[in-house]
Ligand binder design. Structure first.
Ligand code: C5P
Length: 238
């Protein structure tokens, strides 16, 4: 497969057309943004570690019956993906209170939820990704009620696979964000699952191994992502 023209550049990845009419290549870059793009930086090898962690998680989810856009790697940082029509919702699953939910509601950081919480945010830079409910999303034509029920059910299924997977590797998974896309009449998991899109805490020390290091200047981001990669994708260090 050959990378052709860049057609879209997001905050951390660039999408390229390819010589395969059904596939794009998603290139993971070293750039970082937070707070809706207000804070920007670069971290060496970040794209590489996230690409490899995301690849491994997509492969593991596929083995567990979750359909994804992932179709293989064209290089260390280039992921081959199905061309999908992205659903304009960010599906956020929360197991432990952290981040925005602790600002919006009286929920102390670190509170463990009895059951996972699923939230939809409207994916829009212009409107700064506001939280949305099913009625507003349906009125906007973003997704049907049936699709949203499927997104929630699939997000919970993914959570029930990811929590034990991270646990086995020594980490808690307080929350993470998923995106989905439509392809051939199906909804599949899209985008990435990486240290940029999850909160990953050391099980014992509760230390962050995710983008909160960048958001709140908590240390060496590359080193933290490398630590997670050593656990999840040890084969790339052999
Ligand atoms: O900011 P907030 O606490 O709502 O984020 C919840 C989770 O979703 C975090 O793991 C964060 O990294 C992820 N997220 C994301 N992209 C966004 C918003 C949140 O990956 N645009």
């Amino acid at each position: 497969i050959q990378k052709l023209e860049p057609i879209y550049s997001g905050k951390a990845k660039t999408i390229y057309t390819t010589n395969d009419s059904g596939k794009y290549i998603s290139e993971f870059r070293d750039s970082l943004t937070a707070f809706n793009g207000d804070k920007k930086s670069e971290a060496p090898k970040k794209g590489y570690y996230n690409a490899q962690i995301s690849r491994k998680i997509f492969e593991m989810l596929e083995e567990n019956g979750i359909k994804t856009h992932y179709k293989g790697m064209a290089s260390d940082v280039d992921m081959i993906v199905d061309i999908v029509d992205i659903v304009k919702l960010e599906v956020i699953v929360r197991n432990i209170a952290a981040g925005s939910i602790t600002k919006k509601y009286p929920m102390p950081a670190g509170k463990v939820f009895e059951k996972p919480i699923v939230v939809f945010d409207y994916k829009s830079d212009e409107y700064q990704d506001p939280m949305i409910n099913e009625d507003i999303a349906a009125a906007l034509g973003v997704a049907t009620y049936e699709e949203m029920a499927y997104l929630k059910e699939t997000a919970l299924k993914i959570n029930s696979i990811l929590v034990p997977y991270f646990d086995k590797n020594g980490y808690l998974l307080p929350d993470f964000k998923l995106e989905f896309g439509r392809v051939n009449g199906e909804i599949v998991l899209a985008d990435e699952i990486s240290c940029d899109t999850c909160r990953i805490w050391d099980k014992v020390t509760k230390e962050s191994f995710d983008k909160d290091i960048f958001r709140f200047d908590k240390g060496d981001l590359t080193k933290a992502y490398e630590t997670v990669a050593r656990k999840l994708v040890p084969e790339i260090f052999e």
